[in-house]
Design a protein around this ligand. Structure first.
Ligand SMILES: *Cc1c(COP(=O)(O)O)cnc(C)c1O
Length: 393
């Protein structure tokens, strides 16, 4: 189906085999196990001699439909769905790396991923060097003989820095390392890292893939060898699996992904321009603004600039908090990628566990606010933010 249809069509139709009931909307299979016609068939399924379902920790029709559809959208051979975005990252490193391996990661990654590296994977002998999201020279200098993987997110959260995925893929290949990209913020609608040379894609399905904040889930996409064999082998054994019900939510979420992303990006662009002109705003971080340091790269690498807008208000934490507390409609929550717009103070929420000096060095100052722009009216969004911002001038 992948070669024949465009991305928008794949998002609506790829990956599902209709049952004999001829349902038009995909069915949910909430079952832990599957039955066999005979002892022989049971033996054949367990040995792998016959293809088919065995046990929902590693094979379920609803989960498979979500996996097939996301693989089609990312242009990957295989996708493995996981219980959360974090377990997608854990499963990838547990299956592809071993004690003594070295990983180079952008320092501008999701805070919890940093904790996973620094606190847990380190205990198993994985060494991680953090480098600048945007300075390829730093990545090059960090390469060692035992470097196994490069890891990044682009755009970064919350400062929307853009990594040059194609250039880092070239460096990774030259260094004998694989490139792992967390594509949570762009989704395959805006950016397809495999086509830019990445080897593995990570998703938190919790965010834009669902799009309505209903469940926790994740996914890993890549080749048959790396994902189909290695990552699936880990999932099968260790069990951070996605439930059929959540898979169904995400599968239906994918159907509206392209129109949602387009609408998120349009509103985010309008809001970024408006914030940029507001006298109480010190600086706006949005890859769609010409003032963004990687504006040209974002134009080349992404179809649109994304749904997250970050900005600094004039003042400090008190001023930033007063913008949050003067909203009436926008959700005060750290979640993102939802049709409901959310506002977050990264320094005291998503990045509160990052030591202060490190947090400030990476630009997450006390006057910084992050907005995940939803699908409400842009005029209502501006009015809700203006209530607090206007008081600061
Ligand atoms: C939220 C998030 C994750 C973790 O996903 P969960 O589904 O919450 O486990 C990983 N990476 C990025 C970029 C995220 O925003």
């Amino acid at each position: 189906m992948e070669k024949e249809f465009d991305l928008e069509t794949l998002a609506v139709r790829a990956g599902y085999n209709q049952t004999e009931e001829q349902e038009n909307s995909e069915a949910i299979f909430p079952t832990s196990s599957f039955r066999y016609n005979s002892a022989q068939q049971a033996a054949d399924r367990f040995s792998g001699a016959e293809k088919g379902n065995v046990y929902s920790r590693f094979s379920n029709p609803t989960v498979r439909a979500f996996e097939n559809r996301l693989a089609a959208l990312e242009g990957g051979d295989e996708c493995v769905a996981t219980a959360s975005g974090m377990s997608a990252i854990l499963s990838t490193f547990m299956s592809l790396c071993e004690s003594g391996d070295h990983v180079i990661s952008s320092s501008s990654i999701f805070g919890t991923t940093k904790v996973l590296f620094n606190k847990y994977l380190k205990k198993f002998g994985l060494e991680v060097t953090f480098v600048s999201q945007t300075d390829i020279g730093e990545w090059e200098k960090a390469v060692k003989p035992n470097t196994k993987a490069f890891f990044l997110e682009s755009p970064s959260n919350p400062l929307t820095q853009i990594a040059d995925i194609a250039a880092l893929s070239t460096l990774a290949k030259r260094s004998g390392a694989i490139l792992i990209v967390d594509n949570c913020f762009c989704t395959p609608i805006l950016q397809q890292p495999l086509a830019l040379g990445a080897d593995i894609i990570i998703h938190s399905a919790t965010k834009f893939l669902d799009g309505q904040g209903r469940g926790i889930g994740g996914a890993v996409v890549g080749s048959k060898a790396l994902v189909g064999e290695e990552v699936r082998g880990f999932l099968r054994t260790a069990g951070p699996s996605m439930s059929p019900f959540n898979a169904w939510i995400f599968l239906k979420g994918l159907e509206t992904l392209s129109v949602r992303m387009e609408a998120h990006c349009q509103r985010a662009m309008t809001l970024a321009v408006w914030l940029d002109e507001h006298p109480a705003v010190e600086k706006v971080f949005y890859p769609g603004l010409k003032s963004h340091p990687q504006y040209d790269l974002a134009q080349k690498q992404q179809k649109a600039a994304g749904g997250l807008v970050t900005f600094r208000v004039k003042g400090g934490r008190a001023e930033a908090w007063s913008v949050i507390d003067n909203t009436k409609m926008i959700s005060i929550t750290a979640n993102l990628g939802d049709v409901k717009t959310s506002i977050t103070h990264p320094a005291t929420t998503t990045h509160c566990r990052v030591p202060e000096d490190e947090r400030l060095a990476t630009g997450i100052t006390d006057n910084l606010l992050r907005i995940s722009v939803g699908l409400e009216s842009i005029e209502d969004l501006k009015a809700d933010l203006a209530r607090g911002l206007d008081k600061l001038v």
